[in-house]
Design a protein around this ligand. Structure first.
Ligand SMILES: [Zn+2]
Length: 436
């Protein structure tokens, strides 16, 4: 039994039309018309397949299919359908559509499964104008509060998150009822393009994920003093923008100083106020982010950043107001699922030579690459409530979060078949006994 690559690629192409901009990128964040269109397209696909649909409080889309009358918990496949601004057509979409393809393949082949099969497309996984990323998976795993959701507004349009979720079929008030417990799912599997170039550099199609990085984000407001750009002496200035710029460089230095492959830091969002050529900025906001492998490294980074920021405050007579908006621990993947995915990968993918394995800098178990994901995923949150595993597919030149994102057909096909066989294995091997 094999997945139907042609159908899967046709679906990828169709979904990629929603939000496609003139430059060829995809704009599809929560609240946009394109995101709504993508949802409707997905729902229609599911209905065409004869699957049952549920939309939960967070507007996550759950597509269910049951072959036998069993009361086992479902095996769930999925990812997300939203995209970063000017993003590509594989990030998220591939995981959802590979899930649907597997469901359809099993259905066509009339395979009786002991577990119901479920495909989920999560709401707002990517950083978005509501400032809550992996929103859907965090919502259903109990990591967001009603107050937090109700307070959130679209940074540009001002629309409340409550209203945006309602338009998408969700209902913020139902948050508690939508939360998943440890007994609601047998396993969760997410297929995703590798957001990095490990697989590309080694010319491998797929790899299994051993661990997902921790992510820490702060929303920093720098309060200085707005004043006339001509009449204020250089020595009299309290320039919020320059303090923020200096802070951004300090964040970079702090991460570089650790010299680790699994530590990165970024300031990727700035808002300068009043943002005028002849006014010294009195208020500048930025988001600082870093990714880390464990708590001690995080503390090390924070201590140094505290010190640097304190120095900038003193030097420039400004003030940093820091608010933690994300503090997510690293998530190891389930050992049993890692093993199954690994074994299925070794059946579909030719191993590298020992020398190539050696020079890749990657960890291999039985010739299958064990990757650390430096990008966050919905799987992080799902790993808190169920056995979770991930499979990565090569992205050409490691590109992601950009319109150039591309994955070869042969790699998609291998990923699809690995996942299909992993689902069949899990269906057989997961029992109530070994789950609890
Ligand atoms: Zn993604």
């Amino acid at each position: 039994m094999k997945i139907n690559l042609e159908r899967l690629e046709k679906n990828l192409k169709e979904l990629s039309q929603f939000g496609r901009n003139e430059e060829g990128g995809i704009d599809r964040s929560l609240g946009s018309e394109a995101e709504e269109e993508a949802r409707n397209w997905l729902l229609e696909k599911a209905l065409d397949m004869g699957a049952a649909i549920k939309i939960d409080a967070m507007a996550n889309i759950w597509i269910n299919w049951k072959t036998t009358n069993c009361d086992n918990r479902p095996i769930t496949l999925g990812s997300h359908h939203d995209a970063v601004p000017d993003g590509g057509m594989y990030d998220g979409a591939l995981g959802v559509l590979i899930g649907l393809e597997i469901m359809q393949t099993l259905k066509e082949n009339r395979v009786p499964l002991k577990h119901p099969l479920q495909v989920v497309s999560f709401t707002a996984e990517e950083p978005n104008p509501f400032n809550i990323s992996t929103m859907g998976s965090r919502g259903v795993t109990g990591k967001l509060t009603l107050e937090q959701l109700q307070a959130s507004r679209h940074l540009i349009t001002g629309e409340s998150l409550t209203a945006a979720l309602k338009r998408a079929g969700g209902n913020v008030q139902g948050l508690l009822k939508a939360q998943l417990g440890k007994n609601d799912m047998a396993a969760f599997l997410e297929c995703h393009i590798e957001q990095g170039r490990n697989l590309y550099d080694s010319q491998l199609s797929v790899g299994t994920v051993a661990k997902i990085t921790g992510i820490y984000r702060e929303f920093v407001t720098v309060i200085g003093e707005a004043n006339h750009a001509g009449t204020t002496l250089m020595s009299h200035r309290h320039d919020a923008f320059l303090a923020a710029a200096q802070a951004a460089l300090a964040v970079e230095e702090t991460a570089k100083a650790l010299k680790r492959r699994d530590v990165v830091a970024t300031v990727g969002w700035f808002e300068v106020s009043p943002n005028s050529a002849n006014i010294i900025s009195g208020n500048t906001k930025f988001i600082m982010e870093f990714r880390f492998p464990g708590e001690p490294v995080k503390q090390q980074l924070l201590q140094r950043i505290d010190k640097e920021f304190y120095g900038i405050e003193n030097n420039r007579g400004i003030c940093f107001h820091r608010e933690v908006i994300l503090d997510q621990a690293p998530a190891p993947m389930d050992e049993g699922i890692k093993k199954i995915i690994g074994e299925e990968i070794s059946k579909e993918q030719a191993p590298l030579s020992p020398a190539a394995e050696e020079s890749s800098g990657l960890e291999f178990i039985d010739h299958v690459p064990m990757l650390v994901s430096m990008a966050g995923h919905d799987a992080v949150h799902m790993s808190g409530i169920t056995k979770t595993g991930m499979i990565f597919v090569q992205s050409i030149e490691g590109k992601s979060h950009c319109r150039e994102e591309k994955t070869n057909s042969k790699d998609i096909e291998i990923a699809g078949n690995v996942l299909l066989n992993a689902v069949l294995r899990l269906d057989k091997e997961l029992t109530h006994e070994n789950l609890n």
